[in-house]
Design a binder for this molecule. Structure first.
Ligand code: 13P
Ligand code: SF4
Length: 427
């Protein structure tokens, strides 16, 4: 299966199978992403699978698992550090040494002191990034190897190499009079390490949702155009904010010759957007925002920039998970917030800031199918194995791939996030 087979976009369903919450191990060996927002996406056959979790971890109750995780952490001391993404479930978050968005976690992976092991409670591309940025000899562990990302899987190296060959044939490889290359590849952090390496090899860079604007400016200084993959929405929302007209952002569908665009449109392009999307953020609609405004006069609507452009435009603000968190934390008066991002994070904000009314824009509770796979049973297992001197679920990027990926990631870390602006400013 290649990315070309992954482009079918189903309408957001009115219901969501939440079977992942209690027993993610039931889905470790079945193909696909499992219940949750990515249920209808097609996973590549090559997706990492998780081997059987020993019964003692599947059968233990929440309190027992929490105690075992805490005991293993105490036994390991500074030898292990636990990093967690904001979308992780509460039972994981409470054990994290550091919680953050993708940019902050990449930074943390590079700067954790002398830990032998980085236990990454997030998804596969984040663990790969940590492995690329970690110090030599440090081991990165992903508690459940089946925690991938359906969006990241929508661009693979073969399809991107093919697109690059077609674009190079069209544009040539000579810089213009200002020394700008014909096209600069920019990959969203949500991508496999070999795509980050591709960007490193071809004068490109990685971005996250928090620094995408700085990164696009960086790329425009060096190139006439940008090939942005895999998330069309982050690419479109960011380029629009920088003033790029929509008719200069053709979509690249890897199933079609020249991505389905004309040679003329591609020559005129400023940003070529890969046909990828996030099934969690695809669920948010303008209709939900209108309903929230009708039912809660004065509501402040904040969404993640993986949402469709119309949704970002209709919101009051858009920004990374860290931006969303900081916006809520900074509100000095009791405020009603409607949030368009993953449900675990929204629920945690609601519990953490009871002075505000905080709810998810999507009335259907539908978690990210893969973030949710990190159940405390897996965390207890990998930590207790470490205590016993065994490394399980290590995520390793081959040295040659890591060397090129590091180039693109170092560029990303140097491109600092800007404060996000409001949706109306972006219009
Ligand atoms: P952030 O970088 O904003 O944390 O986003 C990561 C992600 O996967 C959002 O779906
Ligand atoms: Fe991937 Fe979307 Fe889940 Fe983020 S929320 S990890 S982009 S599927």
């Amino acid at each position: 299966m290649t990315s070309v087979d992954l482009l079918v976009q189903a309408a957001p369903s009115a219901t969501c199978d939440s079977g992942l919450a209690q027993g993610p191990w039931d889905f470790d060996t079945v193909p696909g992403y499992g219940p949750g927002a990515s249920l209808d996406d097609t996973a590549p056959a090559s997706s990492p699978r998780q081997g059987a979790l020993p019964a003692q971890y599947r059968e233990a109750g929440d309190d027992e698992l929490s105690d075992r995780i805490a005991a293993a952490r105490a036994a390991l001391g500074p030898r292990a550090v636990v990093l967690g993404h904001f979308y992780q479930r509460d039972e994981i978050v409470q054990h994290a040494d550091f919680l953050g968005d993708s940019f902050q976690l990449a930074n943390a992976a590079q700067t954790v002191p002398d830990a032998e092991a980085i236990v990454f409670c997030g998804v596969h591309f984040m663990a790969e990034t940590a492995d690329v940025l970690a110090k030599p000899g440090q081991t990165v562990i992903l508690p459940n190897l089946a925690a991938g990302c359906s969006m990241a899987d929508m661009a693979d190296i073969d399809a991107v190499e093919d697109a690059w060959a077609q674009l190079t044939a069209l544009y040539g490889d000579e810089p213009d009079a200002d020394g700008r290359a014909p096209v600069i590849p920019v990959t969203y952090m949500n991508s496999a390490a070999d795509l980050k390496a591709f960007c490193g090899r071809h004068g490109g860079i990685v971005c996250t949702s928090s620094n995408a604007e700085t990164v696009l400016e960086w790329a425009f200084e060096r190139g006439q155009r940008v090939l942005f993959f895999p998330d069309q929405h982050l690419g479109r929302n960011t380029a629009k904010k920088l003033g790029v007209p929509l008719d200069r952002m053709p979509l690249w569908n890897p199933r079609l010759t020249l991505g389905g665009s004309s040679a003329e449109d591609l020559r005129d392009a400023r940003v070529i957007l890969w046909h990828g999307f996030c099934s969690v953020h695809k669920r948010f609609t303008v209709g939900q925002i209108e309903q929230a405004r009708a039912e809660h006069p004065g509501v402040r609507v904040i969404v993640h920039p993986e949402c469709a452009m119309a949704v970002v435009d209709a919101a009051d603000e858009a920004g990374s998970t860290d931006h969303i968190r900081k916006a809520v934390a900074a509100a000095t008066e009791p405020t009603t917030f409607a949030i368009g991002t993953e449900i675990n994070m929204v629920n945690r904000l609601a519990a953490e800031f009871p002075q505000h009314t905080i709810f998810c824009l999507d009335p259907v509770v539908c978690p990210c199918s893969t973030m949710y796979r990190i159940h405390p049973g897996y965390l207890a297992w990998v930590l207790e194995e470490l205590v016993a001197g065994r490394v399980v679920n290590q995520v390793t990027v081959p040295d040659d791939v890591a060397a090129d990926a590091r180039v693109a990631l170092e560029r990303m870390l140097a491109a600092k996030p800007k404060p996000a602006t409001t949706g109306s400013e972006a219009r």
